[in-house]
Design a protein around this ligand. Sequence first.
Ligand code: S3P
Length: 261
Amino acid sequence: MKDLEKLRQEIDDCDKELVAILEKRMGKVLDIMEYKKEKGIPIFHQAREKEILQKVTTYLENPGFSQEIKTIYSQILKASRKVQSRTLFPYHISLIGFMGSGKTTIGKELSKLLAMENIDVDKVIEERMGMTINEIFQNYGETYFRKLEAETVEEMSRYNNIIIFCSGGGIVLNHKNVENLKRNGIVIWLQASPEEIYSRISQENTRPLLKDSMTVEKIQEMLGKREGLYEAAADITVCTDGKTVEEISKEIIEKLMKRLA
Ligand code: S3P
């Protein structure tokens, strides 16, 4: 049997080769990204990722490792997405919009596509307080909630890691919040009509501000007061009515790309 030090040396040699190859791979990923950017071809391509995942296991001499290779490759593909999104969009991406406009859902989808961390301001507040948003409104009132919201946005916007930022529908009511979102970020307004919002949230009871009057008219009235603020804060606007999560996310990425042109 070879001695342990010798075997370890062999592993170190493998790692050296692997790192060099991975570095070369990342370089190619960035070359392809530049090419697609120049030609206006969509950058993030899930079908191609699936194809790669299937192909790589066929390169194995020992099929017994196929599960491990798949796991490793999922991480490599995620890292590739991250390296591209970090290069293309080196800032926070903030999602704003009325309740039910899709901020949380689209935030999760973008986070997957761009391999960026997703922070939901309301979730952070709920975790820290150990209470739901409904309970915070009930026990402490809206003014206190707005204070917590402003503090959380201020803190999160200082993150060095680039993140997808989802905030509650009332974030634009305080201009300081908007300043914080815009400091190192692009603000995207997910626009939706009162009817569409109603159809998305009328069965839910997690929105304290609509608790006593979940009607299209009430949504219309609140939206009317906020629309100008969303519009003024937005760098990009995406209408979400009748669109799927995939369509909205694709449109956001396209609009972010257009800003680079
Ligand atoms: C609010 C929206 C909610 C939550 C709170 C207040 C608002 O978030 O922050 O109930 O003023 O519009 P969602 O927009 O995610 O529902």
